[in-house]
Design a protein around this ligand. Sequence first.
Ligand SMILES: Cc1cc2nc3c(=O)[nH]c(=O)nc-3n(C[C@H](O)[C@H](O)[C@H](O)COP(=O)(O)O)c2cc1C
Length: 210
Amino acid sequence: MEFFELIEKRYSVRRFLDQDVPDSDLAKMIKASGMAPSGKNFQNWHFVVIKNKEIIKKMGDTIIDRIEGVSKRLPEDQAQNFRKFSKFATFFTGAPVLVAVYAGEYIPEGYVELVESKDDQANIDRLTDANPGVQGIGGAIEQMILAAFDLGYGACWMTSPNNSALELEKLIDFKKDKFKLVALVPIGKPDGERRSPAKMDLTEIMTLIK
Ligand SMILES: Cc1cc2nc3c(=O)[nH]c(=O)nc-3n(C[C@H](O)[C@H](O)[C@H](O)COP(=O)(O)O)c2cc1C
């Protein structure tokens, strides 16, 4: 697909057909992720590709249990909203493939120097708030999703399952020093076709300084 057509056609797919995604196509998507830029070319990412339906289902059940447990400690109206939102954290159980995205530790360039030189804390905060480690992961996730669309699949970037990240990490059982689960990306053939919700106008998001 032509690049800008691909960008316009991509939307968050939340319903999938029960159809396998060949490992060779998944390899292309993860390779696209791995080609993304990252601070200092650190490539502080790892992608666990889960096709095991039992694990995917257990992950969904775990999130539902967590949401239920947390809801019991909330006022009723807030609990109701949280429970309603649970489908946006668990629809991945309907996908044939679930990519669990892990981020490794990333120390921003200059952090050690600013701290050791006792620089103004506000400057240190600005350096860490911009979170270059997570910025790099974002680029890698987007490249995976665009590659998925280009190959005729759909996908959705998900972070709300992170409310159960510790439990999900135990279920996935991937271990690499200081790597943490940061996002899930279900992938599969879309069930039906939809469009993205409206996006802001260019005039709202672009400021040109000449
Ligand atoms: C960082 C990030 C986290 C997201 N987390 C979720 C999620 O947990 N559940 C969900 O249904 N959609 C999630 N989305 C998808 C957004 O809701 C979606 O991108 C947005 O509504 C715009 O729609 P579009 O992707 O179709 O253009 C996430 C997107 C991003 C970039």
